[in-house]
Design a protein. Structure first.
Length: 254
């Protein structure tokens, strides 16, 4: 993954993003700037003379940035502290945290947190996966290891509403897709409203649970108030997807 530019809301939601190379190419065309002069386009903190605050996402770190030279005036957005500067550096503590989260290893995860790892750390490789997303995907050797990891992260400030850049999945989508009832339960207890969270395609966790064939997660989500009639951007409800899968065995068009 190459560097990217993100604009975030003050709740951490990514409102807009674009590849750094594309951005510089467009800036050079519009302003006659050399691509090597990246100091024209970002700095280590939000500047006082611009209403624009965004994120510069490099493979190894995330900075707050200033894009007024390129994009003109935008509405001011405040970047959450947990996504700034050193908190997102690829330190040994953050790497250890992410690895432990991916494996559902609560002992290693606690140790990383005690050593100063950021509970909201996003891995700087691949999908920019958050630690809580990694836990939601993990298949722990112990029955409830992943759920314990999720609890530890949330207690240390991990945001249940943090979404992936690629598809806007929150941790609840990932847990539902993995059929992880225990992790879904932890997430719902911490943030009941996540039962209705939509990703970039309008899918909720209920859509994801139906796709994964996890009846237990489907039941849990419905008990916690998931909208059984909610349609995604293609007009498909969870029932549409279930019927489609039953008749076709795949969900490419649902």
């Amino acid at each position: 993954m190459g560097p990217m530019i993100l604009i975030c809301s003050n709740s951490g939601e990514v409102l807009w993003y674009v590849g750094w190379g594309v951005l510089l190419k467009n800036a050079k065309k519009k302003y006659g700037c050399e691509q090597t002069k990246s100091e024209y386009f970002w700095s280590s903190g939000a500047r006082k003379d611009t209403p624009t605050t965004v994120l510069f996402v490099a493979p190894h770190q995330i900075h707050t940035c200033d894009l007024s030279y390129i994009m003109g005036t935008l509405q001011e957005v405040n970047v959450p502290e947990y996504l700034r500067g050193t908190l997102q550096e690829e330190t040994k503590e953050n790497v250890a945290l992410f690895e432990a989260a991916s494996e559902g290893d609560v002992d290693r995860l606690r140790e990383a947190l005690n050593n100063g790892a950021n509970a909201n750390y996003f891995d700087q490789n691949g999908e920019l996966l958050g630690a809580l997303h990694a836990v939601a995907r993990s298949h722990s050797a112990s029955e409830n290891g992943s759920a314990l990891c999720a609890t530890e992260l949330i207690e240390k400030g991990a945001r249940v509403s943090a979404a992936l850049i690629s598809n806007r999945n929150e941790a609840i989508h990932e847990a539902a897709s993995a059929g992880s009832e225990d992790v879904c339960r932890v997430l719902l207890e911490s943030s009941p409203q996540c039962a209705g969270s939509e990703n970039a395609f309008g899918n909720t966790a209920l859509h994801a649970a139906v796709r994964s064939g996890s009846a237990d997660v489907v039941k849990l989500l419905l008990e916690r108030g998931a909208d059984i009639n909610k349609q995604n951007h293609r007009g498909s409800s969870a029932l549409h997807i279930a019927c489609f899968l039953a008749s076709n065995g795949k969900d490419d068009d649902a």
